[in-house]
Ligand binder design. Structure first.
Ligand code: ADP
Ligand code: ADP
Length: 229
């Protein structure tokens, strides 16, 4: 089976608190093969976050079919969270909490056995071992970003989702993050990333789907897509 299978997905937000309702996803169909690095490319407001939130079991779809690692997020949101790690756009770290504590807390939430060992593994893998006991506020932007990735990976999810991973990130750090994502992928993790930037999707992804105004406008291998633009 595919890592992620989406067919005829619709999302209509009902208006509330004075905000208008919005048809955010209009019949989206996508298959994300296991082992791929898949890019979801689209401008602001296209529906990328809505799609990710549905995959992660955080937003309920209006209609259509969704399977993440063969699980329907609406039916089994807890099981789906075990199969997916999401790196959100915002850095959500307690500034006074050291990296090690942030990871231990996350590992505790997922009931990871040998929590200290898993934490050490991740700190080493993401180049954070030297700063493990320093408060998050003293880490560089790049280190904080890597700590967010480590948090998303704590429970060994087969699918890693990165929401605009390099928004506001400088070139050196971007290269470093990309190299790490590629290593993870080679080790077997399926990766879905959203981005505004074609060059980012192009450098990393095997396949790219273009989402605009809630609709898939293109979905092809990166090579085939680039031959057409
Ligand atoms: P982003 O583009 O980074 O996803 P948005 O500004 O679209 O950020 O959304 C920020 C938050 O506000 C999100 O939680 C989103 O679900 C919510 N939101 C966005 N647009 C609306 C809207 N029209 N009505 C209600 N909530 C909204
Ligand atoms: P993207 O991540 O591609 O920027 P989003 O999924 O955040 O797009 O938003 C898609 C559309 O849905 C936008 O028009 C946004 O304002 C709207 N939207 C997002 N969240 C909500 C919400 N909670 N309620 C109403 N509209 C929303």
């Amino acid at each position: 089976a595919a890592a992620i299978e989406i067919a005829g997905l619709e999302k209509v937000y009902s208006g509330s608190g004075g905000r208008a309702g919005k048809h955010a996803l209009k019949g989206v169909s996508l298959t994300i093969p296991r082992g791929s690095i898949f890019g979801l490319l689209g401008p602001n407001g296209a529906g990328k976050s809505t799609l990710i939130n549905i995959l992660a079991g955080l937003v309920r779809k209006s209609s259509g079919q969704v399977r993440v690692w063969d699980i329907d997020p609406d039916v089994a949101p807890r099981a789906v969270r075990a199969s997916i790690g999401v790196v959100p756009q915002e850095l959500t770290l307690d500034p006074y909490f050291p990296a090690r504590a942030a990871l231990e807390l996350q590992a505790g939430l997922f009931g990871i056995p040998k929590l200290a060992r898993r934490t050490d593994e991740l700190l080493a893998a993401l180049g954070l071992a030297d700063k493990a006991d320093a408060p998050a506020r003293s880490l560089s932007g790049g280190m904080r970003r890597r700590l967010m990735v480590a948090k998303a990976l704590v429970h060994h999810p087969p699918v890693l989702v990165l929401d605009e991973p390099t928004a506001g990130v400088d070139v050196a750090l971007r290269q470093q993050l990309w190299a790490y994502v590629q290593d993870l992928n080679r080790a077997g993790t399926t990766v879905l990333l959203t981005t505004h930037y074609l060059h980012e999707a192009e450098a990393l992804c095997d396949r790219i789907a273009v989402l605009a105004d809630g609709e898939i406008r293109a979905n092809d291998t990166t090579d085939a897509l680039l031959r057409r633009v």
